[in-house]
Structures are given as C-alpha cells and as structure tokens.
Design a protein around this ligand. Structure first.
Ligand SMILES: Nc1ncnc2c1ncn2[C@@H]1O[C@H](COP(=O)(O)OP(=O)(O)OP(=O)(O)O)[C@@H](O)[C@H]1O
Ligand SMILES: [Mg+2]
Length: 253
C-alpha cells in the first residue's frame, strides 16, 4: 500500500554555524503533485536546507512539518519512515551488496519486512521481480548481480535513485542528481524524475544548477540567496525576476 500524499512545510527554518546564518528563516510549503526546483548560487544554503528538512542537521530555530505533523525533533531515520526520501550522494547504498540486493532491501524496508527475514525474503520471487522492475527503470537490469561498490560512479547514482524509487517516499528530494554523470547517463535520471512528477501524488524537491533542466521539469521555482528565500513562483516569472537575472543567471546563462 502506498503512503498518502503529504505537504511538506518549513516555518522560519534557520541554522547558524557560529556567526554565519546558512539558512535564514525560510518559510515554504511544498504540495503533493508539484515539483519545486530550488536554485541559487554556490553556498546559498540549498544543501543545508535539505539537511535541515531530512534531519541530517538540527535546526537552530524554526519547524519542519510533514502532512501536518511536526517532525522537527525527529532524527533522520524516523523522518525517512514518515516518508521523506532523499537521494544522498551514494551514502545510502550498501557497498558490499549486489545491485539487486540494494533495491530489494529498500522494498523490504518500505513493506516493513525486517532484515531478520532476509533469508526468507531472499527466496520471495515477487520481491526479486519487483526489484528487477525497478532496475529496468534505472537501466541497471543487466548489472543486477554486480557488487554496488564495483559500479562506475554514474551507475552508482542511478542505483541510488533506484533505491529511492523502491522506497517510494511521499517526498522525493534530489540534490543535483546528475552531478558527475556522463552526458549519456543524464537522460535516464531526468526521465525518472519526469515519471515521478507525472505520478502527481508525490512531492518533489530538486536542487539543480542546469537552468534548462529546471525550466523543463519544474512547476515552481524558489530561489535561495545568502540563506534567505529570495524568490518563489511560476518558473517563467522567477527566471525573469531581477534577483535571478542578477544573482544567478547573470553568471549562469
Ligand atoms: N557543517 C557546516 N559547518 C559550517 N558551515 C557550513 C556547514 N554546512 C554548510 N556550511 C556553510 O553554509 C553555507 C551554505 O552551504 P550549502 O552547502 O548549503 O550551499 P549550496 O547552496 O548547497 O551550494 P552549492 O550550490 O555549491 O552546492 C556555506 O557558506 C557553507 O560553507
Ligand atoms: Mg549544495
């Protein structure tokens, strides 16, 4: 059974590192069925904002809510269980397990089948078939028996997205998902993000520097600048706004 759609909200979310305010009172709501791109210059606070939402960092002030529930005090694993799904740069893969086992474990986690059921579950044909279906989607079916750590970087990132899809979270968070990928690998990831967005029941957040990708995929763009929410709106309006033209696209476009 799939988890119900959920709105993600941050209210005055703030973090200070010493005297530096990396995320500064950011209030924003993200609705199911929308893909919001988060843009802004290097060091603007985008990744830190993600870390505060997913629980990797503890907020200095402010709240995070998911589906109306305040999750600010919850550690990262419990936020994951509530349905926040984040693709990390490779850190949520089991390096010594096969590609297929990585996806299978994610499916088991979603279904609440504990790891002590491993030996039984490993014989579960349906589980293996479901894992293979995910691997087809991320173009890794042929590599399913390879050990995750032996894959080239681009394939590991595809596997990471596969694990995320297998978890089927209510909120998908992608932080520069195609960074470090070769040109021919990028479309696989973008197609997947397109598919997730087309589902229309999931909330998707995408940090991305490539403006052509942002323009094509997003329903809405927010701009972070010096840790503050500097713009928020329809893609065309935000891209045309002075803050983006000057602070961002001026160097990027
Ligand atoms: N753990 C930390 N300790 C101290 N300062 C930090 C920490 N994490 C991030 N920062 C600082 O917070 C600011 C925001 O960094 P962040 O990585 O969120 O930017 P970003 O928008 O993701 O940039 P990029 O586009 O380069 O990925 C930077 O000035 C960074 O140096
Ligand atoms: Mg970043």
């Amino acid at each position: 059974m799939r988890a119900a759609p959920a709105t993600l909200e941050t209210i005055d979310l703030t973090i200070r590192f010493g005297g530096h305010v990396a995320v500064d009172r950011v209030s924003c709501a993200f609705e199911p069925g929308t893909l919001t791109a988060i843009v802004g210059p290097n060091g603007a606070g985008k990744t830190t904002y993600f870390n505060l939402i997913s629980g990797q960092l503890e907020a200095s002030a402010g709240r995070v809510r998911l589906g109306g529930e305040d999750i600010t005090a919850l550690p990262a694993p419990l936020r994951t269980r509530r349905g926040l799904g984040r693709a990390f740069q490779l850190t949520n893969l089991f390096p010594n397990l096969s590609v297929q086992e990585n996806v299978r474990l994610a499916i088991q986690a979603r279904r609440g089948i504990g790891l002590n059921f491993w030996s039984i579950a490993s014989r579960d044909r349906a589980l293996v078939d479901e894992a293979d279906a995910v691997l087809e989607r991320v173009a890794l079916a042929e590599k399913r028996f390879q050990i995750a750590s032996s894959l080239p970087h681009g394939d590991q990132r595809k596997l990471e997205v596969g694990v995320l899809i297998a978890l089927d979270p209510r909120v998908y968070m992608f932080d520069e998902p195609t960074a470090g990928m070769s040109v021919d690998e990028v479309p696989v990831i973008l197609d997947l993000i397109r598919e997730i967005r087309a589902d229309r029941s999931r909330t998707v957040l995408l940090v991305e520097h490539k403006m052509d990708v942002v323009r094509e995929l997003s329903d809405r763009i927010i701009v972070l600048h010096n840790g503050r929410l500097a713009a928020d709106g329809e893609p065309a309006d935000v891209i045309a706004s002075p803050v983006v033209q000057q602070a961002y696209l001026g160097v990027e476009a």
